[in-house]
Write a protein that binds this ligand. Structure first.
Ligand code: E4P
Length: 286
């Protein structure tokens, strides 16, 4: 297999699965997790099925155990751990969770949502030398805000544009990835693009063409890649999408982050879904 320049992360919440992917590929550069994936972890599912719902503390402790098992399996792209937040969670509350999560493993990236409070939490975090991954990104303006909010970070910050969820609403999700990559050519390189919500081999291969620094991929797509003998895109590769094209915007990365339009319906819906999934595991939903 020709190892791609793009780092490959496993998008999941089950250490067994990560171990299996590592055997399949021979390497795993990193891992991303989120509240929905943690709720699907087999051990958590067994607990819920046996009638035991978790307290908030137990949920954090289970999440900690999961990422501590995954951490040594991951390469230098680290393990992304997402804070539990809803639409009312303040930046300081996210930051407090993030700080605790960052102490769990030596290779943590803390995931904050791409909202005003999430970006404030990210700003506080990078000032403390923490690594961050800004998730639920659906637009170039949001990525520009991530760039501006994390300027000065000593460690690379990740931004995660969600491809599949844009495709689901009839847009060409890969356009956002391509536009962000193009925009960052004018930047200082402190934000790396981590393509997320990957659903197909075509998504994966186009990420290789665009040379996204990282891509997070569900095990079943990696299994397909392995079973087809690890194809790589050739010069003729053309990415085909039936979604509406998303045009490139000329944006000045030196603007303050608050001046970018960071509202996106899918960010709001994404937070709602994460909240619904983790609340379903709790004994006393907030
Ligand atoms: C990873 O960081 C994201 O949370 C994940 O890729 C989302 O994927 P989905 O849209 O398939 O839920």
């Amino acid at each position: 297999m020709t190892r791609p320049k793009t780092k490959i992360l496993v998008d999941g919440g089950d250490p067994q699965e990560t171990r299996w992917v590592k055997e399949l590929l021979g390497f795993v550069d990193g891992q991303t997790t989120n509240p929905s994936l943690i709720a699907k972890n087999p051990h958590i599912r067994d607990l819920i099925a046996s009638g035991h719902k978790l307290s908030k503390r137990e949920e954090m402790d289970e999440y900690k155990k999961i990422v501590q098992t995954i951490s040594p399996l991951a390469g230098d792209a680290g393990v992304s751990i997402e804070v539990f937040s809803d639409e009312r969670t303040l930046a300081t509350e996210m930051f407090d969770q993030g700080r605790e999560m960052f102490s769990w493993i030596p290779n943590a990236y803390i995931k904050y949502p791409c909202t005003a409070e999430g970006l404030r939490a990210a700003q506080m975090s990078v000032k403390q030398g923490m690594r961050v991954n800004i998730t639920l990104c659906f637009s170039q303006q949001q990525a520009a805000a991530v760039y501006a909010a994390t300027k000065g970070t000593k460690q690379p910050a990740y931004v995660s544009p969600f491809v599949g969820r844009l495709d689901d609403i009839g847009q060409n999700g890969m356009d956002v990835v391509r536009n962000i990559k193009q925009m960052f050519l004018n930047g200082d390189g402190h934000v790396l693009v981590l393509a997320a919500s990957i659903r197909s081999l075509e998504h994966l291969l186009y990420c290789f063409v665009l040379e996204t620094e990282l891509v997070t991929v569900p095990a079943k797509v990696l299994e397909l890649w392995a079973n087809t003998n690890f194809p790589m895109p050739d010069k003729q590769f053309q990415y085909k999408s039936s979604g509406n094209p998303i045009p490139y915007e000329e944006l000045d990365l030196e603007r303050p982050w608050e001046t970018f339009d960071i509202q996106h319906e899918l960010t709001r819906k994404g937070i709602e879904k994460f909240v619904a999934d983790y609340r379903a595991t709790l004994s006393r939903p907030a």
